[in-house]
Design a protein around this ligand. Sequence first.
Ligand code: ZN
Ligand code: MN
Length: 480
Amino acid sequence: MKSYEMTIGLEIHVELNTKTKIFCSCENKFGGEANTRCCPICIGMPGTLPVLNKKVIEYGIMAGLVTNCTISKYINFDRKNYFYPDLPKSYQTSQLYLPICTNGYLDINLNENKKRIGICEIHMEEDAGKLIHDLDNNCTLIDYNRCGIPLLEIVTNPDMSSPDEVILFLEKLKSILQYAGISDCKMQEGSMRADINLSVRESNTSKLGTRTEMKNMSSFKAIYTAINQESKRQIQILESGKKVIQETRRWDELKNTSFSMRSKEDIQDYRYFPEPDLLPITIDDLWIDRIKTSLPEMPNEKRERYLNEYLLSEYETNIIVNSKYLANIFEQTTNICKNSKETANIIIGDVMRMLKETAKAPEEITFSSENLAKLIILIQNKTINRTIAKDIFDLIFLNNIDPELYVKQHNLEMLQDNELIKNIVCNVLNSNIQAIKDFRNGKTQVVKFLVGKTMKELKGRANPALVNDILKEQLDNFKI
Ligand code: ZN
Ligand code: MN
């Protein structure tokens, strides 16, 4: 078989964090009872007129600033005409001719190398409603709550050539949009979703292959599998001497395969024209500067500060700063417990472990920094040992329990009574004579076994290092 290369470009839609929708005063919030957050404007009643939400422009400018784009000085909206039941106006108010941002980029770290992914433009538009296919009653229901929710569409150049690069790019984009406060980027709620344009071509040839588009992908896992599957499918077609058809394909997450949805429309099919109901907008340097100074601390500045102020290692800093939500927890917790090193350890070890086990993203964390800080203080003061601390952490992560209260209620304080520990050690030795003989014959690993036995008798509440010391002392003195 010949060798092939993939070419991938993305179109990413993110819902903005505004209080209200883009052209009306309906609340911008996820979910809600169907069709309760709508008005004549966002469901496109004849005779209504849109009024642009200023915050949408400001978020658009912000998005351009954090992705190294040129901010347009003069912008306008356009109508993208198409009929679909989730779009009651029969056109989407979007931007084609004069998008708000152009010509930016983000760098991703690929192993040791940096790769620059170009962003060709960012434009503003409105979201459509949601169709709910009710298979039991053989009908389709429509919820217009999402109509008119403001979106930014971020369009990249076809600069990516593997699923890993795509995920790295999306993670980086998600992180900086969250930091800037533009969007919560909750993929599970659809507030960040990606369309993937993918083509393959024989290695060492320059002409791009025919691309297909997979729409509205909303999890990294699905994106990763879909790219691998779709590139395989295209290669198989080419290997069998056929041609790839330009089309939109629907990815089925349950079946792990994609289906042809429709042959791809070209831009002229939408009959774009300038939106007559909205005036063009001029963006001056003063406005851009004002937004620039209002930007919160971004990952690069934060990284510097973590290295200098908290004295974390580069490795620790990178993991924590990667997510605004982890960084928030880190800073709040450290503020309370004044122990940045231990806080970093727990975030990198236990928090990351539980996120993986529960398949959650950092933004879905529900425990409070107060409870995490309390746990760290309990460890720091040697009130509890690390084994117990780990179990308690899991409960904090899952149920946000108060660790102080929990330790009291379950009698988990570390035993400080050396005499009691000595007694238990003696009991353990008395019932493990063979182990003592083994120890004296040079099998030092039995110490670990005996510490384990003793810890079990003490219900895990002792300091293992202390038990180890007492046990060694008693082992030497023990008379068989
Ligand atoms: Zn409305
Ligand atoms: Mn779009």
